[in-house]
Ligand binder design. Structure first.
Ligand code: MG
Length: 121
């Protein structure tokens, strides 16, 4: 697996690639907001199932080629449906990411959460 691709790939590439894939198969009619949200959940479930009742470490996962491939495939499935949802809602991923991160930085300020807790005491 080439780990340098992320350095040179744009969000636009993903959006166009998914849009073309869906269009070429005439699946646009099925890619409604509800269907895509449910598909994201289904694929996230498949990802979750791979780890259900197992406490694999990162090293274990990376050391088992089939497991690592299956996990990668399910991550990609979630991502593809997420990109399709972004496409049909005409969202700008960079914009919504930056806006949400700004909110997260306020909600989870460094001062209050630098102790490693996920919740306020
Ligand atoms: Mg899948």
């Amino acid at each position: 697996m080439n780990k340098n691709h992320d350095e040179n790939t744009t969000v636009s590439f993903f959006k166009k690639e998914v849009q073309r894939f869906v269009k070429e198969r005439n699946w646009t009619k099925y890619h409604t907001p509800k269907n895509l949200v449910q598909a994201i959940n289904c694929e996230a479930g498949e990802l979750s199932q791979l780890l259900l009742f197992k406490d694999f470490t990162k090293e274990t996962i990376l050391g088992e080629v089939d497991l690592a491939t299956n996990i990668s495939d399910e991550i990609a499935d979630v991502f593809v449906y997420l990109i399709s949802l972004i496409n049909i809602l005409d969202l700008d991923l960079t914009d919504i990411f930056q806006q949400k991160m700004k909110k997260n930085k306020v909600k989870y300020s460094k001062n209050e959460f630098s102790n490693g807790n996920y919740y306020k005491k």
